[in-house]
Every structure is written in structure tokens, then in C-alpha cells.
Design a protein around this ligand. Structure first.
Ligand code: PLP
Length: 363
């Protein structure tokens, strides 16, 4: 039940399953390995992974070791899911990785050396290998990958189950850098013929069959974010953040609303004061541009303060306690992200941080 006085985050697991199906239909035969980092983009990695397991997912990606441990705990110690850790093998983390049965995606040569030492003790270790093909963020260089492949003793006892890279500009299908990254990845992948290959995240899935390889790693589009950073009608909103109206105020032209002279209203304005603010992840920059949804229409967000926002409700019927949709099927995350100068990923993780969570649909 939504609590009457606070922001509520409703997570629709049936919508999640719908999006999983849409992406799978575009992924050909590639394995769908969902990305559930940052606690499932703020929506709860445990319930998200359990539902996607039921939909057929068998491997999941997290960023941090601690996220992997939390997901293993949520699924249960004997759960057969593979959990890949994108940070790889931080120094000294071998014991924790083993205890939680996590698969590190190695990102540097020192990590490869450390993994080898671990594998020597344990009699073997399953790993992934991340190769940077142009994003300059994470992964060994292509030259390092060639060198490793030519010196198999450096990989002794390491079972390279996954060879992967990540695209830096896939949200723009016309950007030639994706094809350049693909051309770099193909020969590297061929160096590790036993490993499964993976290049595409959400956006990459839509770049065509050449980008799919053996596994795709969708994140934001599972949660409703469009692959091209704008709303995509094929996908459903998974997260709905709503909050109650506390008060309705009539503000005369020329008066300020909230703090300071930058927020003078130009004309008489009927404003609803809503119990949400930047503490709830509503990005301050979004004021003026962002639209909340109330009484069947989009409503301009006038101000964003720490715990309160004001929206212009015109002459819509409204009473304290009525709920305003700040993010969801109508106030879409890609529109919010554009208004705030960011991406849907950031809206999801910020706007889920303080809200009480309610799950719809079978877990
Ligand atoms: C975050 C991430 C993904 C998922 O990206 P989305 O844009 O959310 O689909 C996939 N792979 C890597 C390496 C990532 O860091």
C-alpha cells in the first residue's frame, strides 16, 4: 500500500518481463545476461534477478564485488545463476569472490596475474576478460589481449568463459565509432575461441545482428529506458515514482515561489506542493523543463527543493493527498533525463534512492 505521506516507488515486474521479451526478440540466439548493477538500477537487484531468472536469464552482471555478494545472498547461496563482476578482481578480493561464487571480469594485467595466483591455489578459476576497444574506460588493451593469447602460460588454469567489450556510442546508430569498435573486437574474440563473446548493452542490441555475438548485456532498456535515449513505445515503464500533494497554493504574479528571485512567477499560478524533492532524486536542474503527470496531463515542475517540489496544476481539480506521478508510464524517464541534462540510468538510480518500494507482479 502506498504510504500516504511519502514518495512511493512501484516496481512492475510484469513490465520488466515484457521488456525482457522485447529485447530477447531483438537479440537473436544470443544469451540475455541482464545488468543489475547499482542494486538493479535502484529497483532491487534481488527481485529483479529472481524474476528475470524465471524468464530464462542465467547470468547477471554487477559492477562491484559488494553488489555481487548482495545478489548472491538475495538469490541464496546454492542458486545456480552466474554472477559476473565488472570490476573484476580487486586486490586481495579472491576469498570474497570465491565465497560468493562470483565470476570476475578481469580488466587489467595485474588482475590477470592475481587471478592466476588464485587459480594456482584453487586448481582453476572461471573468469571473463574485458578488452577496451575504444571507450577508454575499462579493460585491457587489444595489444595486451594479443600478448596474452600468445603466452598461454599467463592464462594457465584460468578458464576464460567470456570475452567482452563495451560500446561507447551505441545510442546513436549513425555514429561510425560503433562499427570501428566492432572491427576491433572481432579479431580479439577470435583469439579466445572457447570463450563466449559479448559486445552489446541495451543500445547495441538494436545495432543489428553483427553486434550480438553469444551474449548481450541489457541494463537500462530492461527498466524502460529507450535504446536511443528517448521514449521507445515498445518498452514499458518498470518504475513509477509517485508522491502526494501536501498543499495547493495560489501565487500572485510577480511573487516568488521557493527560494530567491530566480523563481518569480510571471502570472497567477495555482501550484501543488508535492512531498518529494532532490532528496528523492528529483534533479534540481530539471525545474522548468521537467513535467510531472497529474490529473491526466503533464504539469511543469516549477521548483525543486530538498523535500518539496511545486508543480503548476492550472485549474485541475486537486486535493491534498492526491498523488502526482514524477516518473513512470506518463512522466517517462527519457523525457526526465533530457530535461535534467542526463541519461535514464541516472534518473532511475537517483529517484529510487529514498522511496519506499512496492512490487507488482510475481517475483
Ligand atoms: C552498465 C553496463 C551495461 C548495461 O548498459 P545499459 O546501457 O544500461 O544497457 C553493459 N555492459 C557494461 C560493461 C556496463 O558497464
Amino acid at each position: 500500500m502506498p504510504s500516504p505521506s511519502a514518495a512511493t516507488l512501484t516496481i512492475d515486474l510484469d513490465a520488466l518481463a515484457h521488456n525482457f521479451g522485447v529485447l530477447r526478440a531483438h537479440a537473436g540466439d544470443a544469451e540475455m545476461a541482464p545488468v543489475v548493477k547499482s542494486d538493479g538500477y535502484g529497483l532491487g537487484a534481488g527481485p529483479i534477478a529472481r524474476r528475470l531468472w524465471a524468464e530464462g536469464a542465467r547470468g547477471f552482471f554487477v559492477a562491484r564485488l559488494s553488489e555481487g555478494e548482495a545478489l548472491r545472498a538475495a538469490l541464496g547461496p546454492d542458486h545456480p545463476a552466474t554472477i559476473y563482476v565488472l570490476d573484476g578482481l580487486p586486490t586481495g578480493a579472491g576469498g570474497r569472490l570465491a565465497a560468493a561464487r562470483l565470476t570476475p571480469v578481469l580488466t587489467s594485467l595485474p588482475q590477470v596475474a592475481e587471478a592466476q595466483a588464485l587459480a594456482a591455489q584453487a586448481g582453476g578459476l572461471k573468469i571473463g576478460l574485458h578488452v577496451d576497444t575504444g571507450m577508454n574506460r575499462q579493460g585491457i588493451t587489444p595489444d595486451e589481449a594479443y600478448a596474452l593469447a600468445q603466452a598461454p602460460d599467463r592464462l594457465a588454469r584460468l578458464d576464460v568463459g567470456l570475452i567482452m567489450s563495451h560500446l561507447g556510442s551505441a545510442t546513436d546508430p549513425a555514429d561510425p565509432r560503433s562499427a570501428a569498435q566492432l572491427a576491433k573486437f572481432e579479431p580479439i574474440r577470435a583469439l579466445f575461441p572457447e570463450a563466449r563473446a559479448s559486445l552489446a548493452a541495451s543500445a547495441g542490441i538494436f545495432l543489428g545482428p553483427a553486434y550480438r555475438f553469444d551474449m548481450v548485456r541489457p541494463g537500462v532498456s530492461l527498466y524502460g529506458g529507450g535504446p536511443e535515449e528517448r521514449p521507445d513505445p515498445r518498452l514499458k515503464a518498470v518504475a513509477t515514482l509517485d508522491a502526494p500533494i501536501l498543499d495547493i497554493r495560489n501565487i500572485a504574479a510577480g511573487e516568488m515561489i521557493g527560494y530567491g528571485s530566480k523563481t518569480l512567477v510571471e502570472r497567477p499560478t495555482r501550484a501543488a506542493i508535492v512531498a518529494a524533492g532532490y532528496s528523492d532524486g528529483v534533479i534540481r536542474m530539471a525545474k522548468g523543463q521537467a513535467r510531472a503527470w497529474f490529473a491526466g496531463a503533464p504539469r511543469p515542475v516549477l521548483i525543486v527543493t530538498m523535500d518539496l517540489i511545486a508543480i503548476d496544476i492550472g485549474n485541475a481539480p486537486a486535493r491534498p493527498g492526491d498523488r502526482v506521478e514524477l516518473m513512470g508510464p506518463n512522466a517517462q524517464i527519457d523525457d526526465l533525463a533530457a530535461a535534467a541534462g542526463t541519461v535514464a540510468h541516472e534518473c532511475l538510480v537517483r529517484m529510487s534512492a529514498r522511496a519506499e518500494r512496492v512490487y507488482l507482479g510475481a517475483v
